[in-house]
Design a protein around this ligand. Structure first.
Ligand code: SF4
Ligand code: ZN
Length: 299
């Protein structure tokens, strides 16, 4: 390992910028980038009521800490919402550190479950359904988080999506030929009556760096993988992008930056498909007709 620009021994090597950084400068770079992302995306305003979607994994735990830190300079209200999908052997293990981190930071935590929402856990659903678990899970979690944030009268819902997640989602939408979904990925922060605007302050932070940051800061992260993760199309895209990043460092940044450059044009082109209306069955936000949650309930 080479030296950091300050002369200290480097502990992290950033391939995409060919830089070695010591612990202190890595943390400083990470915090600076976090604040820049929030500032450039105009994600937060003084006095906002912000709910973090907190699973207890590394991304949302780092997000909670970084927002709690930012709150010291830009006063806003911060709470956490945790969704228990009902995945045996998995979620219970991340719920514990989520609770303890909220207690440590003095953040109020609200827990909701799929079971309360639709009478079934994800495990129950998957016993009777041979569909893709992550598709069901994603629909139910988005629905649950938005409903909870709205009922708690929050102005923003902060999600722990990192650079890898964003690059994967952009590529998945392209590979599935779903440009109108891509247009909705990073929707503007205008508040509709039903949809709480979502912000992604970690969208420029690579997953690996979040893991290193969490470790350096001594956060209690459970290294447990969801048993359903292997079924996801996302898993294939992740592998492909990781291999490409290995050969061509900076690829993930380029994918996400390119998307941010063209998102306004995309939104303009697909504005009709991207408009949010209400589900004709439950009234929750939905692009058209009956929402995915209600369709799942009926299937
Ligand atoms: Fe849900 Fe899939 Fe994530 Fe597991 S890996 S928590 S099933 S979205
Ligand atoms: Zn509905």
């Amino acid at each position: 390992m080479g030296s950091c620009f300050c002369g200290a021994e480097g502990v992290v090597f950033l391939h995409y910028s060919s830089k070695h950084l010591c612990e202190q400068h890595f943390i400083r770079m990470f915090d600076k980038r976090f604040r820049k992302t929030v500032r450039m995306g105009k994600m937060l305003r003084k006095g906002d009521k912000v709910a973090v979607g907190l699973s207890g994994g590394k991304d949302s735990t780092v997000l909670l800490h970084s927002l709690a830190e930012l709150k010291k300079d830009l006063p806003f209200e911060l709470i956490a919402i945790t969704i228990d999908e009902g995945i045996a052997g998995y979620r219970a293990r991340t719920m514990k550190p989520a609770k303890s981190e909220c207690e440590k930071l003095g953040v109020e935590q609200h827990v909701f479950s799929f079971k309360e929402l639709c009478g079934k856990t994800l495990d129950d659903i998957m016993k009777k359904d041979d569909g893709i678990p992550c598709s069901h899970c994603g629909v139910l979690r988005r629905y649950a988080l938005n409903k909870a944030a709205r009922e708690l009268k929050m102005d923003k819902l902060a999600l722990g999506h990192n650079l890898d997640d964003m690059a994967q989602t952009v590529m998945m939408n392209i590979m599935r030929s779903e440009p109108s979904r891509l247009a909705r990925l990073n929707e503007p922060l205008t508040k509709s009556s039903r949809l709480v605007p979502r912000i992604r302050p970690l969208m420029m932070a690579p997953e690996k760096e979040i893991a290193i940051y969490a470790m350096m800061k001594g956060m209690p992260i459970e290294r447990v993988e969801c048993p359903y993760a292997r079924y996801a199309f996302r898993g294939h895209v992740r592998k492909m992008l990781n291999e490409t990043e290995e050969r061509y460092p900076g690829t993930k940044f380029k994918i996400v930056s390119s998307f941010l450059e063209i998102e306004d044009a995309l939104r303009g082109k697909y504005s009709k498909g991207a408009a949010i209306s209400e589900c004709s069955s439950c009234g929750e936000p939905c692009s058209k007709g009956v929402c995915m949650f209600c369709q799942l309930q009926k299937s």
